[in-house]
Design a protein around this ligand. Structure first.
Ligand code: SF4
Length: 60
């Protein structure tokens, strides 16, 4: 999507997210929220982008 306004401060490779700029590895949001699903996070995999929203075309 050429109209996507990439936020150069937020790199992201999650193409399934509706906020991702498909042809560029950036998020289009002004800011995001990162959180964790662990009680004691110890590695990258423990953290989550809580602003993620699935693209409707990816569902099902
Ligand atoms: S909201 Fe999170 S997962 Fe979605 S494009 Fe932005 S940084 Fe990536």
């Amino acid at each position: 999507m050429d109209s996507c306004s990439a936020n150069r401060s937020i790199r992201c490779s999650v193409k399934q997210c509706r906020h991702h700029c498909e042809n560029q590895d950036y998020c289009s949001l002004e800011s995001i929220k990162v959180g964790t699903h662990e009680s004691n996070p110890t590695m990258t995999e423990c953290t989550d982008c809580e602003s993620f929203a699935v693209r409707s075309s990816v569902q099902g």
